[in-house]
Design a protein around this ligand. Structure first.
Ligand code: FEC
Length: 321
């Protein structure tokens, strides 16, 4: 009783400055520095998009989630049956930890321990479970907790591929693109998520969750033609799950589609892999194929997505016995 609702919001992290690209990339590669060619190629991708807005968006999500948790009035008309609010109406505190750059997850856990946190809920700004995403966030929290002698109890929201508010928020944005189509009934709707190596995806959980999200959105909008595809596969020789979004666009052109709407359901926020991989690379592929490609805008720190995070966090907090 009286314990504030402590939340650890986690996301991928991005370098703030150009000179941080190398150590960031080294962290992603688990401490192995990239070759000069790989580094130059990544720096060029950042250069082409200007810079990634991921850190600002993640920060805005944390600030707004904290405000939503502390609000006594709902900030947004509820599109779904949402949870009533914190059981203990103390001040809620949201800490921010990112996987591959500052503030690192371990730094956030340390700050929480210093503040005397006894119990906390974690949530990742990524809706689908995979051994290369949510599982790694959990490992990082658990390692930091173990190093500090387990200062607080921790529960993690594992995944939310079919949360009704999340589906509603996506459907709302896909609909904005439907309005722009010349022939909505003849367009292909592609729902993408980050590819992962095949060997990390053998249980099929990740693919099934992404499929569920796509299916729910398609059902809600009554989309006639839709599919899932994978994007942003890493630059490694091992096989990654496919089809890659660019391959799927080739296939779409061969199938006679003229308009395609792509929605990156695996990422709530705008960042390098939306602005480069979709808006630059996939757009170039589409142009080459004579396809009209429209990209659905991201959820970012918009109130409907914040309400989804709030609902999930409150439910998880209430699951502490
Ligand atoms: O805007 C930005 O600066 C950061 C964008 C960014 C997001 C992101 C999300 C995910 N990743 C996932 C898996 C992998 C695996 C590897 C990998 C590599 C990279 C590289 C960059 C990068 N990722 Fe990422 N990812 C983002 C950025 N990612 C840069 C390194 C260059 C490259 O390969 O393109 C391969 C690691 C290895 O080499 O061992 C695997 C997954 C997600 C979605 C879930 C999440 O957000 O956590 C899964 C955003």
């Amino acid at each position: 009783p009286g314990e504030p609702m402590n939340v650890l919001l986690m996301a991928y992290g991005t370098p703030y400055r150009q000179e941080e690209i190398e150590p960031y990339y080294t962290d992603i590669r688990r401490g192995r520095p990239p070759s000069p060619e790989l580094l130059a190629e990544l720096a060029e991708r950042y250069h082409l998009i200007g810079r990634s807005p991921l850190s600002e968006i993640t920060y805005a999500q944390a600030v707004r989630l904290e405000a939503a948790l502390n609000a006594t009035l709902p900030l947004y008309p509820q599109p779904f049956q949402s949870s009533p609010g914190p059981r203990v109406r103390g001040p809620a505190r949201v800490y921010l930890g990112t996987k591959h750059w500052h503030p690192f997850i371990a730094e956030a856990v340390q700050a929480m321990a210093q503040d005397g946190v006894k119990q906390a809920v974690g949530i990742v700004a990524a809706p689908h479970f995979s051994s290369r995403s949510i599982a790694e966030y959990r490992e990082k929290v658990e390692k930091a907790l173990a190093e500090l002698g387990h200062p607080f109890r921790f529960r993690l929201v594992e995944a939310y591929p079919d949360h009704p508010g999340y589906i509603q928020a996506l459907a709302h944005r896909v609909l904005e693109q439907v309005w722009r189509l010349r022939e909505p009934g003849r367009a292909l709707f592609l729902f993408t998520a980050h590819s992962i190596p095949e060997k990390s995806a053998q249980d099929g959980v990740y693919q099934a969750q992404v499929r569920t999200t796509a299916e729910r959105v398609a059902q809600k909008l009554g989309l006639a033609h839709w599919d899932t595809a994978w994007q942003s596969a890493g630059r490694t020789p091992e096989p990654w799950i496919g089809p890659d979004v660019n391959e799927r666009l080739e296939e779409a052109a061969a199938q006679g589609y003229q308009e395609v709407v792509v929605t990156a359901v695996g990422f709530p926020s705008d960042h390098l892999e939306v602005f480069y991989d979709l808006d630059y690379e996939a757009q170039n592929t589409a142009a080459r194929l004579g396809l009209r490609l429209l990209r659905t805008r991201s959820l970012n720190a918009d109130p409907d997505y914040i309400e989804v995070l709030r609902d999930l966090v409150v439910r998880e907090w209430n699951a502490f016995e």
